[in-house]
Design a protein. Sequence first.
Length: 391
Amino acid sequence: MDVTQTLALLGGLTPQQFMRRHWQKKPLLVRQAIPGFTPLLDRRELFGLAAQPQVESRLVQQQAKGWRMKQGPFGPRSLPALSSPAWTLLVQGVDLHDARAHALLQNFRFVPDARLDDLMISFATAGGGVGPHFDSYDVFLLQASGRRRWKIGRQKDLSLQDGVPLKILQNFEPEEEFVLEAGDMLYLPPRYAHDGLAEPCVGADGKANDCMTYSIGFRAPAKTELASELLQRLADFAGDGADGPDGRQLLYRDASQPATPTPAEVPSSLLEFAQKAVHDALKDPLALACVLGEYMTEPKASVWFDEALDDWAPRHPAGLCLDPRSRMMYDADHVFLNGESYRARGGDAALMQRLADQRVLTAAELRRASPAALALLADWHAAGWLMRASA
Ligand code: SIN
Ligand code: CO
């Protein structure tokens, strides 16, 4: 994507300007970000996804007794009636299950893939909403159909209501209010408070127009969680090799330990051993980058790949494309795909980097691939991570 080209999606800003002025800093309201936008999935298709056990979905209702939240899946008759007001169905990770939703996310790839999370779709009857709250992550809220009234504010007091099954702000003080129509979009940085209510809305045919909002959500690793995950992986990485002379794990040895009158005291030589173990785990200059890439490309927990259905055809005129659920990234020394890392250099690295950025390789690009690159692509195809592109 040319990040210096103005985009209607960003209200006439270039991705470069958007990232500089708004990303993680301040909201942006874009009227007709996608002119004439209509829902990618109709209500029936969305409810169909919410009925599947591998799809994460939630039902939120605001009733006289207070907020209620239920986890899916929701079978055909387990959602409230469409005529019943103020309920919301939230369906997470729609891009993993629907090619059109996956394609929509491609418009947001001016942000690194390592930050992109998923597309959540909400369906609400009039008056439906999930209450005033803040999210920890950046989000683009794209109105897909119907109308939603958003109240937003830089809330200082982030205290939450007690005893509710959702995160609801105790003292929400909105500063701005907008009604979004289909095609309009609102970007909110992390921790910016918001409350969206579905407006009653009648379509041209006189029927109630569904309020559907698409949340293009981002993820950001938490520092301690990342440290704990990477240290674990680094230890495994360092432990993969033969530490000890016989190829076994090197054990702590204390042949010179004197008899101790203070048995509860941690021996200082054990601390030195621990220090060396941690130091050695970080010694390989590529190790941290390697485990970071593997971690960032781990497929979502709900994803599993089926072995290839189509024949391996690297000469296919339409080329090859990544499965929408595949996560592929790279750094200067590695290519990462679905939690695996590969050292790559020269022409092969450039080819794999192109596959990661474009998510497709054309037939012409494949013709220039080396036998080693083709063998790797064949393995990925067999694993179901890669498939023949549709012409
Ligand atoms: C919704 O679509 O109803 C909620 C989205 C959000 O507030 O993050
Ligand atoms: Co939110």
